[in-house]
Design a binder for this molecule. Structure first.
Ligand code: PLP
Length: 412
């Protein structure tokens, strides 16, 4: 009799966003007249920028002719796109990253989830609390997290780094030394950022303690303030300790097109059981060539268009559109009496919910009485309890309407 991977059975019943979607569906079925506004899942609403659409059409036309047809893409990505990424996202900003250190993928979720495969099963991970659930869940699947304590919502073999309002929602160096440190800035769900000085502390700590930092920069393009790093490679010593993820999903509306990338610098070395140094770039290369047949040519041509002058201008307009929504949410909630965080360098707004309510109770109240859907903070980790996440990814009209409804509900 075959057996399933027992580690999967340890996972919570369903993925956070599936639960949110199910509750919304059930409410809609029971109240067909309700006009529900979704400020929950972070999916974009604005269409692709014209420069990207044009590149897509061009690439599709190429696929229609034998001379310009493209089959499997190179496993690691086309040189034209890897060079554009290295040049525009790094070298132009003073970071010494070259095309060979970049691996193109079909989105950062897969990369966030798969990266743990190249580390030893007994590695100890450290995560922010609250956190994007993919980091922990994929380590659960890999059998790395120990046992689950339902009372505290924590895993025995995971180091949780509380991110609270007292620390501006940034993690503090943990007492116990981790092997793998997951950081995400601008942060999902809290919308917080990290200063260069603080990130330098983390890089120094990782260098000193032989840890690797997995740095998720999926929301980097939303940074509006000075002195906030757009990449961990702006920090001295980061090439020796950090892997970085980037995504075009929110930056350029690619949630349905699918493209992201991983940076693994040549300098970044792990250790074998005998203490020999080994290149993580080579390991990830080996893994990718074995398990991935490349991001589609059409998609990569579309991504290349992001780096043209018009592409840059057009995607900036879309990002500003969402940042304007974030401002509407932030200011509206403040008027309604909430304490609000994030939403300045991020499309996420993290709000403190009224005392005496759990974040799922707040979810139900908002759905039931304002027909607005958000995401309960507790779904992101124990320290998310008492908070709620709203996203700027809806139309401006819906955002204004949702905030009016929330104001009416809480200003009574
Ligand atoms: N990382 C973070 C922090 C995210 O919030 C998301 C998407 O919501 C991703 C990665 C995944 O992005 P992608 O659409 O590129 O898979």
């Amino acid at each position: 009799m075959f057996k399933v991977n027992q580690d999967y059975l340890k996972l919570p019943g369903s993925y956070l966003f599936s639960t949110v979607a199910r509750k919304q569906r059930e409410y809609q079925a029971a109240h067909p007249e309700a006009e529900i506004i979704k400020l929950s899942i972070g999916d974009v609403t604005q269409p692709l920028a014209p420069a990207i659409v044009e590149a897509l059409h061009g690439a599709v036309d190429e696929m229609a002719h034998a001379e310009t047809f493209h089959g499997y893409a190179p496993d690691l990505g086309y040189e034209f796109l890897r060079s554009a990424m290295a040049k525009n996202d790094y070298q132009a900003k003073g970071c010494d990253i070259n095309a060979d250190e970049i691996f193109i993928s079909d989105g950062a979720k897969e990369d966030c989830g798969n990266i743990q495969e190249i580390f030893s099963k007994d590695s100890k991970i450290a995560v922010c609390d609250p956190v994007y659930p993919v980091y922990v869940d994929t380590n659960v699947m890999a059998g790395r997290t120990g046992t689950y304590d339902a009372a505290t919502g924590t895993w025995s073999n995971v180091i949780y780094m509380p991110c609270t309002k007292e620390t501006n929602f940034a993690p503090e160096i943990p007492e116990e030394t981790p092997d793998i440190i997951y950081l995400c800035f601008p942060n999902n769900p809290t919308g917080s950022t990290i200063t260069k000085e603080l990130l330098q502390k983390w890089v120094d700590y990782a260098n000193k303690n032989g840890a690797v930092i997995i740095y998720d920069a999926a929301y980097e393009a939303f940074i509006t303030e000075e002195n906030i790093p757009h990449s961990i490679y702006e920090i001295d010593g980061a090439k020796e300790v950090a892997i970085e993820f980037k995504s075009y999903s929110k930056t350029a509306g690619f949630t349905g097109v699918r493209c992201g990338y991983v940076v693994i610098p040549e300098e970044l070395k792990g250790y074998t059981k005998n203490g020999e140094k080994i290149s993580l770039n080579k390991l990830w290369n080996r893994r990718t060539c074995t398990k991935f047949n490349g991001t589609p040519y059409i998609t990569q041509r579309a991504a290349q268009a992001i780096y043209t002058e018009e592409g840059q201008k057009q995607i900036r307009e879309n990002i500003n559109y969402y940042l304007e929504n974030a401002k509407i949410i932030r200011e509206g909630l403040e008027k309604a009496g909430f304490k609000v965080y994030g939403g300045v360098n991020s499309p996420y707004i993290w709000l403190k919910i009224p005392e005496g309510m759990t974040s799922w109770e707040f979810f139900d109240k908002l759905l039931d009485e304002a027909n607005v859907v958000g995401t309960p903070g507790s779904g992101f980790g124990p320290h998310g309890e008492g908070y709620f996440r709203l996203t700027a990814f809806n139309t401006k009209e819906n955002t204004v309407e949702a905030i009016e409804r929330i104001k009416n509900l809480f200003l009574q």
